[in-house]
Design a protein around this ligand. Structure first.
Ligand code: PHE
Length: 474
């Protein structure tokens, strides 16, 4: 209807100077008219020019006064001719009407505020504020001083009105035929396809985005780290067991049974099956001995080591559990130097926050050979403690987004109390470390909340759109 009105009007007239006026005169919704003008303009049926006008609209407060009268008049009318004690007047009016009404009525010199009595100073008052507001609401013009006064009282606010002035465009026609998009069987049967105008093909239209699999950033970073390890000649350790016994997770690592990490606050223990069935008995004996009494020049911990504690099943708290299995296996054969790595999931009973989850991925590496020593961008090492390493160092990386150093890993040299009961030769040294996969990924992908990276809150579009990961190798 709006389109017909515009094209029809332009057939006989030069142009439409003001879309607002045009819409009002014909009872057309202006927004609808604007859409029609934009579309006609796009197809060259009309030329259009923007018009902007500032107009005044009533604020919520202004609308309230337009309906119920200004507070000063309400205040005035609440005063009986014989006057009224101020407290009583206050009770009659709502607090904001009382406060605003009082100050305006005094400014207008309508009332006398005595200590005992409030009295009228004039006989009648006119509610000009209310009248002005109603006029404005009806779209009538009011003079600039009045506008100023209403604006200062925040009863009106400016609103930018946008419309168009239009004239015929180069493709003007009194009617816009809807171009057909399909040639149908009906068209053919009726034969009206001969008169139809068909919409042109748009060969530059974008096609449907193709859907496919996408790699999660963690997988990309894992892949890159794997390449680094493989290029340096590391072999991957089999980490396909999330469930581990306390023995391999802790005891084999010379971690005493009363160590706090072995508490259910830090470790998830399994209820079913709650204990492990098989451990290498002679090795278990040597581990028990080194915990209780020491040996290999160690004093041990001097406590009563319990087999039941070692049997308890848990969700591995670190992939070092796998390292201990692998070193034990290595010790069963004639010694050969090894470089091992793994990247897999570990579980800790932690309070979840923006940098902690109850599970994460650990990147672990170890180098095992005779006579090794520790040789040493934004990396820092800090002395730390692990029952199974000496020395031990925590590794920190700088997170630009969080603007602070975050721990990315832990490292050290495995202690003789761990290695010798396994049966490794005495001069064999093992340098080992564990990193989290999440923290470096957060740094690389500028993610400052771990829950945006892993877990049920991950936004799938992150997985679809994340860039490839390059860690300086190729
Ligand atoms: N297991 C340690 C951790 O979970 C990491 C580590 C691995 C430390 C190997 C030293 C040697 O924090």
């Amino acid at each position: 209807m709006a389109e017909k009105a515009v094209l029809g009007f332009l057939e006989k007239n030069e142009g439409i100077p003001d879309s607002g006026q045009f819409a009002a005169e014909r009872g057309i919704n202006h927004d609808e008219l604007v859409n029609v003008i934009k579309s006609l303009h796009g197809f060259g049926f009309v030329d259009s020019q923007d018009i902007k006008r500032e107009r005044w609209v009533l604020t919520d407060e202004g609308r309230a006064y337009a309906a119920t009268g200004s507070p000063e008049v309400q205040f005035f009318l609440a005063i009986p001719t014989e006057g009224i004690p101020p407290e009583e007047l206050q009770r009659k009016l709502n607090p904001s009407v009382f406060k605003i009404g009082r100050s305006q009525a005094m400014k207008n010199q309508w009332v006398e505020m005595g200590k005992q009595r409030v009295t009228r100073k004039v006989l009648n008052v006119e509610d000009t504020v209310k009248d002005l507001l109603i006029w404005l609401q009806d779209g009538q013009a009011i003079n600039p001083e009045d506008i100023d006064a209403l604006k200062r009282r925040k009863l009106i606010a400016p609103q930018i009105w946008k419309g168009y002035s239009i004239r015929k465009g180069t493709n003007y026609a009194p009617e816009r035929k809807k171009a057909a998009t399909d040639l149908t069987r009906d068209h053919l049967q009726r034969g009206d396809w001969k008169e139809l105008e068909f919409k042109e093909y748009n060969f530059s239209a974008k096609g449907q985005p193709t859907e496919g699999g996408h790699l999660h950033p963690l997988l990309k970073v894992r892949q890159q780290l794997q390449m680094i390890f493989l290029q340096m000649g590391f072999e991957e350790m089999p980490t396909n067991n999330f469930v581990e016994s306390s023995f391999w997770n802790f005891d084999a690592l010379f971690q005493p049974q009363q160590h706090p990490a072995r508490d259910s606050h830090d470790t998830f223990f399994l209820q079913v099956p709650s204990t492990t069935k098989m451990l290498p008995e002679d090795y278990v004996e040597r581990v028990k001995h080194v915990h209780e009494l020491g040996g290999y020049e160690s004093r041990g911990y001097g406590y009563d080591w319990k087999r039941e504690e070692a049997n308890k099943n848990l969700l591995r708290t670190h992939t070092t559990a796998v390292s201990s299995r692998m070193l034990y296996l290595l010790a069963q054969k004639p010694f050969a130097p090894k470089k091992y790595y793994s990247i897999d999931r570990v579980f800790r009973n932690e309070a979840v926050d923006r940098t902690h989850l109850a599970e994460f991925h650990q990147i672990e590496g170890l180098v095992c050979d005779r006579g090794l020593t520790l040789g040493m961008s934004k990396l820092r090492f800090k002395p730390a403690y692990n029952p199974y390493t000496e020395p031990s160092m925590e590794i920190f990386g700088f997170h630009e987004g969080l603007n602070k150093w975050v721990e990315i890993g832990n490292s050290g040299m495995f202690r003789p109390e761990m290695l010798l009961p396994m049966g490794l030769p005495e001069d064999v040294r093992v340098i080992a470390w564990g990193l989290s996969l999440e923290r470096p990924t957060m740094i690389l992908y500028k993610i400052d909340n771990i829950r945006d990276l892993f877990g049920h809150k991950v936004d799938l579009s992150l997985i679809k759109r994340n860039p490839i990961c390059r860690l300086g190798i190729e």
